[in-house]
Write a protein that binds this ligand. Sequence first.
Ligand SMILES: [Zn+2]
Length: 448
Amino acid sequence: MKKSFIALNMAVAIGAGSMFSAGYASAESISELKKKESQIEENRSKVHSNIKDAEKSIDKVKGKQADLALQLQKLEKQMKETENKINELNTKITKTKEQIEELKKEIKVLEDKIEKRNELLKERARSYQVTGGNKNYLEVVLGASDFGEFVERLSAVSAIMDADQDLIAEQERDKKELEEKKTSVEKKLSDLESMMAEVKKMKAKQEQQKKEKNQLMKQLKKEQKHLEKEKIGMEEEADILAGQEAAIKKAIAQEQARQAEIARQKQAEKKRQDELAKQRAAEAKKQSAPSTSSSKSSGSSSSVSAPKAAPAPASSGSSGSFMKPSAGYYSSGYGGRWGKNHNGIDIAASGNVPIVAAADGVVSRSYFSSSYGNAIFITHYINGKQYTTVYAHLSSRMASNGQTVKKGQQIGVMGNTGNSFGQHLHFELHEGPWNISKSNAVDPRKYF
Ligand SMILES: [Zn+2]
């Protein structure tokens, strides 16, 4: 197995292509491979244009975010203005209320004064009443003993009456003035309060707007994150596809070399047989002319005409079957799991568990993925058919991109990296190339 592998590698001969004949079945598989290669190329360009689209979408979302940030900034400024207005109004309202209180006090003082004056007037009227009240002013006047006294009394009574009336009128005027002022201040207060109600309504509206805009911003950020994650996924996909393309090219070269080696060996064998036959014929001729029949010659002649169309088995004796890539028990099978399709099998074991290549192949991708963790993809070409195996969640990788690996060769160590819960190997087998929808995945156990 090992020997043939070395021979295979040495046989990468220039001009080997010319030695292919239509009779070789594997020449057809090479054209099949080339077809697949172009399919992968097509797939890759699709993925690249998807990445470009994702980038455009991300830019768009970022632009929306910038717009929104500007709007929020403006709104923030407006809200500050509103807050200032509220503070201003609050000060005004407080002042006006104080003013009203002040006026109320003044009115009260005046009312008290009027009250007291009224009391005084009543008192005085009562004292007049004792002597006859208002009617008795006349009596006071008429009660004069002479004209001189009459005049004197008359003017005195009249003066008292005038003074009282003036005072009352003045106080009533003051009171009315104060009340008018109070009314106007109260009107001012109610204006201020309705203004305040308006401003508060505006504030509530602005707060609602801010909430909505912040919500939208959050959504846009989430969208951006999602798009970026998607883009990373697509880039990963593109890298895997690129790796597969390179691996297939290598697989083709190796297959061509293998066929060249087979052809070379066949020709050498034919030459050897021809030579042997010639030698034997010459010997037979030399030994005796009449006795021609020889058991040896008949045997050799049959070997000369051996069918050259029959292709030799693949260089590695393991072709056509895969081996279990690690020790351990099957912790999860292929197919439906938790409502999702499990595109591989899980093999779990504890300790330091080597992971080996399930078959001969070329490493198409060896990398770290957020989901697969440390992962290795191997492209296989077995009996004219392409396969891909995937080994995920490794704790370490021991094979690099483009490396040729043999069946059973260690490529890593079982681990718990990426989206994994507990040490295990996630193993996938695809009949054909890997693709993002994993449409070529099959249950690997049917190949073990
Ligand atoms: Zn799994």
